[in-house]
Structures are given as structure tokens and as C-alpha cells.
Ligand binder design. Structure first.
Ligand code: ASP
Ligand code: MG
Length: 405
């Protein structure tokens, strides 16, 4: 017997049949004598549809009103699930963000949770109610509705689990766990039994869209173990937890690949103080996130400067690059959108050597040229030509024997 927080994603509540399926899963846990708090997403596609409607009116809908609009997706599913459970004679109560005392800052569209009161949730649980909280939403100090950024109901779930000191935080989704790599690319991909918060954060920032990054940061900060599992099967999924000794013995536990970046090169810029600042200040002012940067010294006091930006900012970044190139007298500027970033991740890298050389050798074996390299404590990423992305993923998965984990 315990207190279980369960979060169901958009595909798990996509229609009334699936909401019934969710109700049955909750009923099972409740019947075993547990207290259950449920966090819901909007039905799959609903949030996108709402944004689309607002955009039909204006390209820049007022952010406060957009949050009022977007929060209705989760309000709908929360009410529908409560109605379903009540029709099955279970005591369910739905709560919106402000009723669950989920207080945030004032950043509409991407608000941060500041505090969770949760007194109302606790009272309801004490009286054995099943509490259903609309995910993704909170309220600012003035009582305005805010939303927590796309995928934000994961963060609602983890935050509420932390506030209630829940025994478990289960995130139900349409995949059955976290895999060593994308099973669509590599048939040998294996479901991990557990993964550390840090590895999950790297994988999430590399494009694995299973958990919102903020939810993992929150879970790490408050040591909330997350169980990622499928709402369509009873099978155990993957635990996202604190690092342990087993994990350190595995050098590489994941291979990821993203095609969301493009690169820009400024050729032959002067190798003098202040040049990099001149290039990257306007890029930053345009709110463009730069990921990798390399600078190669040439002879004659000149250097080449290459960096990557999100593909959807490519044209803006290239325009800025051209303007700056003129100012600082660079010889040439060119861009390349046909690149992919393949990465290997694993906390074991902290205590093992030779990971980079093994990665480069595996790519060389496939005749894949490495265009750029970057590393963190637990990740190595290489930029390669986009057409080699899948081959690279499979080669790395085999080279690091990840299928044998
Ligand atoms: N409905 C929101 C979204 O689509 C929040 C969520 O699903 O977590 O981003
Ligand atoms: Mg999600």
C-alpha cells in the first residue's frame, strides 16, 4: 500500500475508449489499497490544434490568452476521466492547476514551478479520493493561468510526486520504456531496465522526446524515481533513477541521432581578440541557440569558425553570419543543412578511457567522415553527413556492444 502518482500522455487519453482503459488501470491500483493521484495530458494533437486555431487569428497571439486556451486541453481530459471513474462508482475528483495549488512564475507559455501547496490534494487523498490533476498548467502570483512548456505535464507529475513524497511516479506513454537507441533505426535496440538522471538528461537534450527535460531535472533535484512505461501493456518499463555502481561499469548505454541542426562556417576570419564575440553576440541577440563551435587556426593569423544552430533558425543565422562576415572581413560564409549529430552517452565514460577513439574507429570503419566533434563528461557527439546517420547509429551500437547490456 502506498501513494502512487500516475501520469498519462496524450496518446494514452486520445479517445473515450483509451480513457476507459486508463480508468481501469487506476482502478486496479486503487483496489489494491493504494492512494492514487493521476496527472493527465491533453488528448493527442489537441494542444497543436488549439495553437493552430489561435494562429489563424494572428501570428502572435497574446501569451496570457494563449495559456488560457491551451490549458483547456488538460481540463477536458481531467474531467472526462473523473466522469468515467465516477460512472464506475469510484470516488474521483478532478482539479485544475490552481486548485492543485501549483504556483509558477509569470512566464506564460514556459512557466517554472515555484511552489506546490498540495493541501487540497492531501485532504482529498485522506478521504480516499482518486485525485485527477490537469497537467501542464499552474497559476502565477496574480492568479493567471500559466502553462509549463510543451510536454509539461511530465513536470507536473514529478513535481506533485515530490511534493507528496509519493512512493512511485509512473509516466505512462506510447513506448514501453527507454531504449539504448531508436528501435526504428537499429533492430538490436534494447529496453533499459534503468537509466541515470544524467544520462536521461543528455538523451532528452539530444532529441529523445519521451520525457520533458525539466521533469528529469526536477526528479534529479528531489530524487524522485520515475518509472517510464506503456499504457498499453502491463510490462515493466524503465526506471530513471540516481546513478549506481552497475551503471558505471557500462561505458556507453545509449546512441542517439538528431537531424535538427545545421552548420555555418565563416572562412578565414582574422585571428584576433574580439572576433568570436562579434560573431556570436548578434546570434545570441536573435535568440538562436548555438550548440557546437569549432575554430581552427590557419597560418597568416587567420582562422575558420564553424558552429551549429537549430535547423529552423538556419536562414536567420546565415543572414547574420553574412552581415558579420562583411564587418570583420571574412573571406566566405557557407552553410550546410544536410548534417546529423550522432552521440554516444553513458555515465561509465567518467571512469573509462578510449571511448572517443573507439567511436572514431567505428565511424572510420564505415567510411564515414566526421565533420565536427564535441564532448561532455558523459557524452561524445559527432556531426556527420545526414545520409550516414542511420549507418553510424548501427555501427556505434555494435561497436560498444550495447545490445549485450
Ligand atoms: N498538452 C501539452 C503538450 O502537448 C502538455 C503535455 O502533453 O505534456 O505539450
Ligand atoms: Mg509527453
Amino acid at each position: 500500500m502506498g501513494l502512487i502518482v500516475k501520469k498519462f500522455g496524450g496518446t494514452s487519453v486520445a479517445d473515450i475508449d483509451r480513457i476507459r482503459n486508463v480508468a481501469n488501470r487506476i482502478k486496479k491500483t486503487y483496489d489494491l489499497g493504494n492512494n492514487v493521484v493521476v496527472i493527465l495530458s491533453a488528448m493527442a494533437g489537441v494542444t497543436d490544434g488549439l495553437i493552430d486555431m489561435a494562429k489563424q487569428i494572428t501570428d502572435t497571439p497574446e501569451k496570457r490568452e494563449l495559456d488560457v486556451l491551451l490549458s483547456t486541453g488538460e481540463q477536458t481530459t481531467a474531467a472526462l476521466l473523473a466522469i468515467t471513474l465516477k460512472s464506475m462508482d469510484y470516488p474521483a475528483v478532478s482539479l485544475l492547476g490552481h486548485q492543485a495549488e501549483l504556483f509558477t512564475d509569470r512566464t506564460f507559455g514556459n512557466a517554472r514551478i515555484v511552489e506546490i501547496g498540495a493541501t487540497r490534494i492531501k485532504n482529498l487523498i485522506e478521504n480516499h479520493n482518486i485525485v485527477i490533476v490537469a497537467g501542464f498548467q499552474g497559476c502565477d502570483p496574480e492568479g493567471n493561468i500559466t502553462t509549463l512548456g510543451r510536454g509539461g505535464s511530465d513536470t507536473t507529475a514529478v513535481a506533485i510526486a515530490a511534493a507528496l513524497k509519493a512512493d512511485a511516479c509512473e509516466i505512462y506513454t506510447d513506448v514501453d520504456g527507454i531504449y539504448t537507441t531508436d528501435p526504428n533505426i537499429c533492430k538490436k535496440a534494447k529496453k533499459l531496465v534503468k537509466i541515470s538522471y544524467d544520462e536521461m538528461l543528455e538523451m532528452a537534450s539530444l532529441g529523445a522526446k519521451i520525457l520533458q527535460i525539466r521533469s528529469v531535472e526536477f526528479a534529479k533535484k528531489y530524487s524522485v524515481p520515475i518509472h517510464v512505461r506503456s499504457s498499453f501493456s502491463e510490462e515493466e518499463g524503465t526506471m530513471v533513477v540516481n546513478e549506481d555502481v552497475d551503471m558505471e561499469s557500462v561505458v556507453v548505454s545509449g546512441v542517439t541521432c538528431t537531424k535538427d541542426e545545421a552548420r555555418i562556417t565563416l572562412k578565414r576570419v582574422s585571428d584576433t581578440p574580439g572576433v568570436a564575440a562579434k560573431v556570436f553576440t548578434p546570434i545570441a541577440e536573435a535568440n538562436i541557440l548555438v550548440d557546437m563551435i569549432i575554430q581552427n587556426t590557419r597560418s597568416e593569423g587567420q582562422t575558420d569558425l564553424t558552429f551549429t544552430v537549430p535547423k529552423d533558425c538556419f536562414n536567420d543565422a546565415l543572414d547574420i553570419g553574412k552581415k558579420v562576415a562583411e564587418e570583420i572581413g571574412a573571406e566566405n560564409v557557407f552553410g550546410d543543412e544536410n548534417i546529423a549529430k550522432v552521440s554516444v552517452t553513458g555515465v561509465g565514460m567518467r571512469s573509462h578511457t578510449g571511448v572517443a577513439s573507439k567511436m572514431f574507429a567505428a565511424l572510420a570503419n564505415e567510411n564515414i567522415n566526421i565533420l565536427m566533434i564535441s564532448t561532455s563528461e558523459i557524452r561524445i557527439s559527432c556531426i556527420v553527413e545526414e545520409k550516414y546517420a542511420e549507418i553510424a547509429v548501427r555501427a556505434l551500437h555494435t561497436a560498444f556492444e550495447i545490445d549485450k547490456i
